[in-house]
Structure formats: structure tokens, C-alpha cells
Design a binder for this molecule. Structure first.
Ligand code: 8YV
Length: 326
């Protein structure tokens, strides 16, 4: 008998077809956003779940789903998982690293460029019919090439951004991370390790690429913004909650920093109303990994994790491999 799985959100049809070859699949191609109670109801009798960042998997849910063996997240981030609770319940967690690294790094760079060169603000001006003449300082922003790029969080995506900055844009690249990279990796990235304080004070463009954890909550708040250059840009492609969005809005309004680019928000898909009212912030709806090839690769990897574990006993990218009994 085929194992039963739940695919919690709409997914590429070809990925669904692949999953149906191995499993009895309950899908959600209408992409209904289930409440936690509805998710629990849908998970009854399921051995596997294909999840995204919008499904919270915690102890309460796990206690009601004793047959569940694996949750395969279609995301590299997994702050929707209570990993300790999953491990305690013997449920394997998997994510989708590597396949989205370069695409997400591209987008991080795009947000740096868009914020620093005031692309969204000037486009809105043009569309509003306000462009009547040239002026020497019209939408003059700050340079990206040759400037100092600061990276907070230096995992795979941070390193891919560093390479773009150092080798493509001739930037001085500095980073801060929980642990320092080895010398060979630093050299390949063209990046130098600095303290968090030096990072804040020296960066012309600061990009956040650290994973979310409760300790990362409001890593960038009013005190940190006050240390940055008034000409600096801040970009967040990591997770909402790492930046204090209200403090950022105040800093952008008061000229504490020049501009920002945000792809993630506290409480998304809601966006702080103060940010929506500001011209000097570029706002995108959590799309850093959103190219068709990359989203397909992410979905495929999540599916391969389900097939690997439930059919062949081995997942490709487990987060808590200690639950697998040998
Ligand atoms: C996902 C992301 O699209 O991979 C991640 O961690 O933030 C995005 O690529 C999003 O989490 C939906 O699952």
C-alpha cells in the first residue's frame, strides 16, 4: 500500500504527478490557506507532509498526528518548524538548501541596487506623470560599485552575495557571522570578518542573510540603525522579525539611513503601514527565490525528500537526521 501524504499548498503539476506515482496524495491545488485546526484535520492518517513557510509544525500539532514521519519544507528557512518538538516526536524535517542560493543572492543584489539607486521611487515618480525635466540631483543615490558591502550572516547565500560584490562590483566586502569562515573561504568570497559594530559603522550597503531564531529577533533595531552611516542602505532578505520594522520606518523617515530594500516583514503578508508610506524603501513580497527554475528545483527537492524517506528510507537534506533509526 502506498503511504499517504498531504501537499499543504499548491505546487507545480509535474511535481504532484511525481508524488502521485509513490503516494496517495491529498493536495491543495486551490491553495486554500488552512487554519492550524484545518491543517491538523488534513494531516490525520498521513505519513508525510509537503509544507511551505506558511504551515507551523509544532508540539501541539505533532501530538495529534501520531502517524506523521516527515515534513518536507519547500524552503531553505525552517522557522515554521519547531525542530526540537519534531525530533522529540520522531518526525524528520527536511529543507531545500543549495538549489536557491544563486537565485536568492541575485535578488539580494537587485534590492541593494534598487534601494541605493532609488529605482522604485523614481519609477513611481515617472508613472505619476511628474517627470517634466532633467535636474542635476534628480534621484541621485549612492554608488554600489567600489563601496563597502556589509553582510550579516555568512552562510551559502551570504557567500554568494559576497562573491558578486567583491568580484563583480569591485566592492570591499566585510561580514559578521556567529562563526568566522576559514581563510580559504574568506579568500574565495573576497570578504573580511569584522565585529557587528564595525559592520554597522563601515557598511555603505548592509544586507541581512542570517537564519531566523528567537535570538535573532530585532537584531537590527533603533540602536543598530543609529550606528549606520546616514548614506547607508539596509536590505533584508532573511526573515521578518530580524529587523524592527517600526524602528526602520522611523530611521528612514528621519534620515538616520538613506534607503532600504525589504523582501520579508514582521507579521507578513502584512506590512507595517509606516513602511508603506515611505518613498525611500523598496518593498517586495517575499520573492527572493522566485524564478521558475529555482522554485521548481525547490519543489522537486522537497518531493525527493518525501520519496527518499518514505519509500527508500533516506532523505536527501535532513535537518534532524538523529530521528532516523539505523
Ligand atoms: C520560500 C524562503 O519561498 O527558502 C526560504 O527560506 O524564504 C523562500 O525561498 C518561502 O519560505 C516559502 O516556503
Amino acid at each position: 500500500m502506498k503511504p499517504n501524504i498531504l501537499v499543504a499548498r499548491a505546487v507545480f503539476p509535474q511535481v504532484l504527478t511525481l508524488l502521485e506515482q509513490h503516494f496517495e496524495v491529498t493536495s491543495n491545488q486551490d491553495d486554500v490557506l488552512w487554519t492550524p485546526a484545518q491543517l491538523i484535520a488534513k494531516l490525520q492518517g498521513k505519513q508525510g507532509a509537503f509544507t511551505t513557510g506558511s504551515q507551523r509544525i509544532d508540539a501541539e500539532l505533532l501530538a495529534t498526528c501520531p502517524e506523521l514521519k516527515i515534513c518536507a519544507n519547500m524552503a531553505v528557512g525552517y522557522n515554521n518548524f519547531d525542530l526540537d518538538a519534531m525530533t522529540a516526536a520522531g518526525v524528520l524535517a527536511t529543507n531545500t538548501p543549495d538549489v536557491l542560493t544563486e537565485t536568492t543572492a541575485d535578488f539580494g543584489f537587485a534590492l541593494i541596487m534598487a534601494a541605493a539607486r532609488r529605482m522604485a521611487e523614481s519609477e513611481h515618480f515617472l508613472r505619476a506623470g511628474l517627470w517634466n525635466s532633467w535636474r542635476y540631483d534628480m534621484f541621485a543615490g549612492s554608488d554600489v560599485h567600489g563601496s563597502t558591502l556589509g553582510i550579516l550572516g555568512m552562510g551559502r547565500i551570504g557567500q554568494a552575495i559576497a562573491k558578486r560584490g567583491a568580484h563583480g562590483f569591485g566592492m570591499k566586502v566585510i561580514y559578521h557571522n556567529r562563526s568566522r569562515l576559514d581563510a580559504a573561504t574568506e579568500a574565495a568570497c573576497g570578504a573580511a570578518y569584522v565585529s557587528k559594530q564595525d559592520l554597522l559603522q563601515q557598511a555603505d550597503h548592509l544586507i541581512l542573510v542570517l537564519p531566523y531564531s528567537p535570538e535573532a529577533y530585532h537584531t537590527i533595531g533603533a540602536a543598530e540603525l543609529a550606528q549606520m552611516k546616514p548614506t547607508a542602505t539596509l536590505v533584508n532578505i532573511a526573515r521578518g522579525g530580524i529587523v524592527d520594522d517600526a524602528a526602520l520606518a522611523a530611521a528612514l523617515r528621519q534620515g538616520v539611513i538613506a534607503a532600504a530594500g525589504l523582501d520579508v516583514y514582521e507579521g507578513e503578508p502584512k506590512v507595517h503601514p509606516d513602511l508603506l508610506a515611505l518613498p525611500n524603501v523598496v518593498l517586495t513580497p517575499h520573492i527572493a527565490s522566485a524564478t521558475m527554475p529555482t522554485r521548481l528545483a525547490m519543489a522537486q527537492l522537497a518531493a525527493d525528500n518525501l520519496i527518499g524517506y518514505l519509500v527508500h528510507g533516506k532523505a536527501l537534506t535532513p535537518l534532524n537526521p538523529q530521528v532516523v533509526k539505523t
